[in-house]
Design a protein. Sequence first.
Length: 142
Amino acid sequence: MEKNEGIIGRTMTFLTKLLNSILAILLALMVIIVFSNVIGRYFLESSLAWSEEISRFLFIWLVFFGAVLAYINDEHLALDLLVKALPKKVSQVIAVIGNLLVIYALSLITIGGYKITMENWTWLSPAIEIPYAYVLLLLLWF
């Protein structure tokens, strides 16, 4: 069965394209903000107080969205030399075990992200004064 057949394949294709678009927008925003701050600092002798904070938040989101996209495309860093050398059935079993370990690790991250988010509703970021919980909500989504 081809990857794009059926509703699941079309949904995955749509979500992958959406994720690519989100990543492109986040990266473009980060570049524009940082570049504007550099220009302002060196040529106008005035910097944007919030640019470092926003670019840090955008970078955090880029990392998490990028990790999801890398996982979808099977592009995460992996040492698969041994797995490729094994018979197909054994490598499939190892792949299932690996995916189960990923699910377990992500559940731990989600639980920890929930706890951190709930603790940080009142902790405001210094420059833009939004609760850090909004930034940390990303850990709950992915």
